[in-house]
Ligand binder design. Structure first.
Ligand code: PLP
Length: 421
């Protein structure tokens, strides 16, 4: 089935009422038929609902639909994009291990990797996403994950996904890609050799800035990479916290299984059924919206590129952009997302422009149907030192735009007057 058809139908079979919209199952727990049924569910001899911290019928549709769109085999919804990233990493790494990750990341992911994981005993080693050859020298026998964004926020680089996957596969290391900005409509990293993708569902998935959520998607046949792989002994040995379960012996996608049975069980960062329902509504129109977001962003990027006050425009849909080749290779039909950033001479100049726009809301979010303007150095990336800001491509005069679904003409007119104030 085509992606736009899957966005409307995958993962849902109508109930006996013939309900067209996926029902919201607001329930904490589910009645077992008898004691044997309960025991079978806990022992995975039978699959079914137990308790909403572990699974929920509405969230199940969201997970199945998202996995289908991403070309994956299974998915796990979480309470936020950050918890999806945290789960994806700690499902592989523990104290004493390290991860290799791109320098160009969303600010929250940078602080998670560089600071919070450090307190858990996991070291983050950084490479330039524009230069995957740096990865090899950072890897050792304790490297458990290579992590990067397919389309980086806010520096707007497009990763050479296959080059990075090839290096990781040579060493039997898991790759985790944050595909939030590209979405499965533009890019399907699992088809380019990636093992796990993560998303902030708070962005383009909901599409209207309605709810916080995240999701982790596993590729087909990951068991082959995990089986007898000494880096991932915990998938091959009995888990004492789950009465000796060996994850790779269960005929279910092992990465998602362990993330659900061990991490979601113990950490509880679960998606609310209502939020899962909102994400399902959002997915129905995702393919249509992403095309419009991309069209508007290209028109605005072309305008900005021609403006004398603008030093640089970061948008991979522009032929002049260093990421154009990768965007053509990895993104659908040359669309390049709704996200762009541009640089002006100084912090003062950037502040003046941000304050002068009328149609763009000053908000730290992306992927809303309404256009958003952000000054990363004073907001999303404020907690980074000036060296860290430089390293992840966030100069003081950088302005990020998340192009909404207004008319391109109105977006350009408003930006023009703001640049000329
Ligand atoms: N990944 C990217 C690329 C993001 O832009 C964000 C948030 O801005 C996140 C992850 C974190 O997602 P959430 O805010 O849903 O926790």
């Amino acid at each position: 089935m085509d992606l736009q058809t899957q966005a409307l139908h995958a993962g849902y079979e109508k109930d006996s009422q013939g309900t067209m919209a996926v029902p919201i199952y607001m329930s904490t727990a589910y009645e077992f038929r008898d004691v044997e049924h309960a025991a079978n569910l806990f022992a995975l001899k039978e699959l079914g609902n137990i308790y909403t911290r572990l699974n929920n019928p509405t969230t199940d549709v969201f997970e199945k639909r998202f996995a289908a769109l991403e070309g994956g085999v299974a998915a796990l919804a979480t309470s936020s994009g950050m918890s999806a990233i945290f789960f994806a990493i700690i499902n592989a790494a523990e104290a004493g291990d390290n991860i290799v990750c791109a320098k160009q990341l969303y600010g929250g992911s940078l602080t998670l990797n560089a600071h919070t994981l450090k307190r858990f005993g996991i070291e983050a080693r950084f490479f330039d996403v524009q230069n995957p050859s740096e990865i090899e020298s950072l890897i050792d026998e304790k490297t458990k994950v290579i992590f990067f964004e397919s389309l980086t926020n806010p520096s707007i680089d497009v990763a050479d996904i296959e080059a990075i996957a090839t290096i990781a596969n040579r060493h039997g290391i898991l790759t985790v890609v944050d595909n939030t900005v590209a979405t499965p409509v533009l890019c399907r990293p699992l088809e380019h050799g990636i093992d796990i993708t993560v998303h902030s569902a708070s962005k383009y998935t909901t599409g209207q800035g309605l709810a916080i959520g995240g999701i982790l998607v596993e590729r087909n046949n990951l068991v082959e990479k995990l089986k007898n792989n000494t880096r991932y002994a915990h998938f091959n040995e009995p888990d004492p916290s789950y009465h000796g379960l060996v994850y790779i012996d269960v005929p279910l996608p092992p990465y998602t299984l362990r993330a659900r049975l061990a991490l979601l069980r113990d950490l509880g960062a679960v998606s609310s059924p209502f939020n899962s329902w909102l994400f399902i509504q959002g997915l129905e129109t995702l393919p249509l919206r992403i095309k419009e977001h991309s069209k508007n962003a290209l028109a605005l990027a072309e305008f900005l590129e021609s403006h004398p006050k603008v030093l640089k425009v970061n948008y991979p849909g522009l032929k002049s952009n260093q990421n154009y080749k990768n965007a053509q290779k990895y993104f659908m039909d040359g669309n390049a997302s709704g996200l762009l950033s541009f640089e002006v001479a100084s912090l003062e100049e950037a502040t003046k422009i941000v304050n002068a726009t009328k149609l763009y809301s000053l908000v730290v979010n992306i992927g809303d149907s309404k256009s958003i303007i952000t000054h990363p150095a004073s907001t999303t990336h404020q907690q980074l030192s000036s060296e860290e800001l430089q390293a992840c491509g966030v100069p003081a005069g950088l302005i990020r735009i998340s192009c909404g679904l207004e008319s391109a003409h109105d977006l350009i007119v408003d930006m023009k007057q703001a640049l000329e104030v």
